[in-house]
Design a binder for this molecule. Structure first.
Ligand code: KIV
Ligand code: ZN
Length: 512
């Protein structure tokens, strides 16, 4: 029997550390359910000690998810570890993931600790954590830039204290495949009790090699857990992408010889969900989940694929959840058909009341747009989850006037804590006027650092999906809104970003 490769997803923790990718508790819960549907082995749900919001999200996920192990990150100190253990209470299977930096640079400049102090703290933290939970992962942060002898000493000690998984991060994406693979192999050979733990790889993508490095850690180094995120979301250039690592190991099973639990047909839905929730658009030529990943434009390729699919396709689009852009529902579709389509798309709404609200939105959309595609439904329910999250600001209506040679004017009605308010403004264009109309009332003072529009199903008849990134007092958030009218989509995205700015106010910056 082949060995199994454990897939550890950290979209909700390392992915969320990407500037602007912060998610609300409801959004995280929804993504966690999709990860469970994907059959991810371990879900890192957050960093419980970093904020009350993160604590509550980890807690909610630990209580809701039954099939995957739920993990919380924690620094190597008793307070963080206790907080993680508390948030994980009620989980079917829980893991505490504790970390401390071990590279000379991080120890001296960031932690201002001596190697001896770091060694002691790592040991004591794992001992403390092991009294609270049986499943303990330890990460020497910036492990790949750590000194080999010291790293071996720390890892041996934490395994002796009961760490069950040893994760070796390339925190800054400095590694190259052969060297990283060799690094893991050497560690496993030199640490005397290395066989008492599962070895894990965690690679960042600064040089575009996170997936290649992770695969080398598995193949050359013998690691049996990979840490990754949906769409490769993560700090700076991101983390190793789940869809790429999974499809590489699956498609090249002849080479890797490893089995996976992952149910790959939920990959595309997971990718869309993460992209629509965070506003991080997936590039069209992204492997596996990009819009062009299975598109054949050149005549020679099309001809080849029609004659024999495997001439130009190494994976089947339907195996990762791509379905043809088909009209799925329309104005006359009933609640049952809508509910069935949600199920087929792998979307589980919390309650019948949520289904009713989403169905009402669907009917509203179907009145304005004759053909409803899967993408429209996914956008609609992703707004639904945003709308449920005790939002302060909500869109009501908008009117705007623009004419060649005249300065556009907009008037926007929205609610603030349930009370209807109204803002008006001129602007350079109708979108500018609408957002200024909102700002004339809210006066958030936030700076817009990104504005982008995407046609959800690829034609002028489709809904526009707008992402707005706002920055205020060092906080960066993305808001997403969709509507057949891109001015309305922009106003919704702006209000969604304002909601996130508020809900993020109590957070402390996560480390790692
Ligand atoms: O990149 C990193 O070092 C991390 C650790 C906290 C595992 O994310
Ligand atoms: Zn990381």
């Amino acid at each position: 029997m082949a060995d199994k490769l454990i897939i550890f997803d950290t979209t909700l923790r390392d992915g969320e550390q990407s500037p602007g990718a912060s998610m609300t508790k409801d959004e995280k819960l929804r993504i966690a359910r999709q990860l469970e549907r994907l059959k991810v082995d371990v879900i890192e749900a957050g960093f419980a000690a970093s904020s009350n919001g993160d604590f509550e999200a980890v807690q909610a996920i630990a209580q809701a998810i039954r099939e995957s192990t739920i993990c919380s990150l924690s620094r190597a100190n008793d307070r963080d570890i206790s907080r993680a253990a508390e948030a994980l209470k009620g989980a079917q299977r829980a893991r505490i993931h504790t970390f401390i930096a071990t590279s000379p640079l991080h120890m001296e400049k960031k932690l201002r600790m001596t190697p001896e102090q770091v060694f002691e703290q790592a040991k004591l933290s794992v001992r403390f954590a092991r009294n609270l939970c049986d499943d303990i992962e330890f990460s020497p942060e910036d492990g790949y830039r750590s000194e080999m002898d010291f790293l071996c000493k720390v890892i041996e000690a934490v395994i002796a204290e009961g760490a069950t998984t040893i994760n070796v991060p390339d925190t800054v994406g400095y590694a190259v495949p052969e060297l990283y693979g060799q690094f893991i192999k050497t560690l496993r050979e030199r640490v005397p009790n290395s066989d008492k733990a599962i070895w894990s790889v965690h690679c960042h993508n600064d040089l575009g090699m996170a997936v290649a490095n992770s695969l080398a850690g598995v193949k050359l180094g013998g690691a049996r857990q990979v840490e990754c995120t949906i769409n490769g979301l993560g700090e700076r250039a991101g983390n190793c992408s789940l869809e790429e690592i999974v499809m590489a190991v699956k498609t090249r099973r002849d080479y890797f010889g490893l089995d996976l639990n992952i149910d790959t047909k939920h990959i595309v839905a997971a990718s869309r969900m993460v992209s629509q929730t965070t506003g991080f658009v997936v590039q069209p030529n992204k492997a596996v989940v990009g819009a062009n990943a299975f598109a054949h434009a050149s005549g020679i390729h099309q001809d080849g694929v029609l004659k024999a699919r495997d001439t130009y396709e190494i994976m089947r689009a339907e195996d990762v959840g791509w379905s043809a852009n088909k009209i799925v529902l329309g104005k006359l579709s009933g609640r049952n058909a809508f509910k069935q389509r949600l199920q087929d798309l792998g979307v589980a709404l919390e309650s019948e009341a949520d289904v009713n609200t989403a169905f009402a939105r669907f009917k509203e959309l179907a009145d304005r747009k004759s053909d409803i595609f899967d993408e429209d439904i996914l956008a609609l329910v992703s707004q639904e989850s945003v709308a449920n999250d005790n939002e302060n600001f909500a869109f009501v209506s908008l009117s705007q006037h623009s004419e060649t040679g005249e300065r556009p004017h907009a008037s926007v009605v929205f609610t603030v804590a349930g009370k209807e308010v109204h803002g008006e403004s001129d602007g350079n264009g109708p979108v500018d006027a609408s957002l200024k109309a909102i700002e004339s009332h809210v006066r958030s003072g936030a700076e817009m650092v990104l504005y982008s529009v995407n046609a959800i199903s690829g034609s002028t008849e489709s809904q526009g999906e707008v992402t707005v990134r706002l920055q205020n007092s060092g906080r960066v958030v993305n808001g997403v809104g969709s509507d057949p009218d891109i001015v309305v989509a922009s106003a919704k995205a702006y209000l969604s970003a304002l909601n996130k700015l508020q809900s993020k106010a109590d957070r402390v910056a996560a480390q790692g």
